[in-house]
Write a protein that binds this ligand. Structure first.
Ligand code: HEM
Length: 323
């Protein structure tokens, strides 16, 4: 119990707590409105330009944020280019790209407001702009993330894997504070755009666990098509759309595909294996704006995983290297 004599202790505790809170800081919408008012518009223009160059770029940028946030939090660590032992070299990060787009935005930002805008925030803003460019919903991104200084392959060992069971996928998301709903929205939902390499299809098509052969959840006609596009021992780098019906449009078509046996990658098909994720998935079919709005909310939530703020981390000068 506290008595008169413990007052100094109480003050000390309050002081330490306030120090701790200020070094923690928090994310805020419009964090750069005073320090770099053009930050968001610069990122937007770079994403827009790159979309015009290649309509596949929004998908690349959206995936990049997921891979950033799931390893050591949304701290831009995946952007660090530190060789084969770095985060980028992990199996789970194979095919991740968009690094040069983030670097392009960073370069422009450094020329206008040097040392102000973090690479981690550029990743989050670029993903938002990417989604809204392909028919998704625009959403406000709380900013103020700081950049991490650590990138290591071993830290990326627990990324969700395409061949994980639904139980494992759910628990990997739970470990990041994300619910079953977030899993459906973010993993299934995001795969409404973009491509997968045949590399990620091998087990599903030719060596499915536990029965061998192919995943029985695949529609037979679609299985023939997938096998023709990704033959056994064929080129693992050939890419096919994750949503073959509306490849460049952010919509709920991917959920229709999954329901009907037209999921392309195994982890999307697994969302139908579990009562809860199946019900969530079905609730978004035909829900239009509802799916887009909930996806946006889930992105904001994912964007808060393990962020560094206040005096933690740093603001990198270039995104590919720590200061
Ligand atoms: C259960 C978790 C997830 C798994 C197992 C998974 C797996 C995959 C795989 C295997 C690919 C193909 C990659 C390639 O061939 O380069 C892919 C692509 C993609 N993923 Fe995921 N993913 C998951 C969650 C997410 C999340 C949370 C997002 C974003 C919010 C996301 C966005 C994307 C996008 C947009 C692509 C297409 C990338 C492109 O066209 O280059 N994924 N994912």
């Amino acid at each position: 119990m506290l008595n008169y004599n413990s007052k100094p202790l109480l003050f000390a505790l309050v002081f330490i707590h306030s120090l701790f809170s200020s070094s923690q800081g928090q994310l805020l919408v419009g964090f750069y409105s005073q320090t770099c008012p053009t930050a968001e518009s610069i990122v937007h223009s770079v994403v827009d330009e790159n979309f015009k160059r290649d309509p596949g770029n929004p998908a690349v940028l959206l995936r990049l944020q997921f891979h950033d946030c799931f390893v050591k939090g949304c701290d831009g660590s995946i952007l660090i280019n530190n060789g084969a032992e770095g985060e980028r070299g992990a199996r789970g990060n194979l095919g991740v790209g968009g690094y040069e787009i983030i670097e392009e935005a960073k370069k422009m930002l450094e020329s206008v407001c040097p040392g102000v805008v973090s690479c981690a925030d550029i990743v989050a803003l670029a993903a938002r702009d990417a989604v809204s460019l392909v028919n998704g919903q625009f959403y406000e991104v709380p900013t103020g993330r700081r950049d991490g200084r650590v990138s290591s392959k071993s830290l990326a060992a627990n990324l969700p894997d395409v061949d994980d069971s639904i139980q494992l996928l759910k628990s990997r998301f739970q470990q990041k504070g994300l619910s079953d709903r977030d899993l459906v929205l973010l993993s299934g939902g995001a795969h409404t755009i973009g491509l997968t390499a045949c590399f990620f299809m091998q087990k599903r098509l030719y060596n499915f666990t536990p029965s061998g052969g192919s995943d029985p959840s695949i529609d037979p006609g679609f299985l023939r098509e997938l096998k023709a596009n990704c033959p056994f021992n064929g080129d693992p780098n050939v890419k096919i759309p994750l949503d073959p019906v509306t490849e460049f449009k952010f919509d709920d078509q991917v959920f229709v595909n999954i329901k009907n046996g037209f999921a392309v990658i195994a982890s999307d098909a697994r969302l139908y294996d579990d009562n809860n994720t199946r019900q969530i998935l079905e609730s978004y079919i035909g829900s239009g704006q509802n799916f887009l709005a909930d996806f946006a909310k889930a992105m904001v939530k994912m964007g808060k995983i393990g962020v560094k703020t206040g005096s933690q981390g740093e603001i990198r000068r270039v995104c590919s290297n720590v200061n």
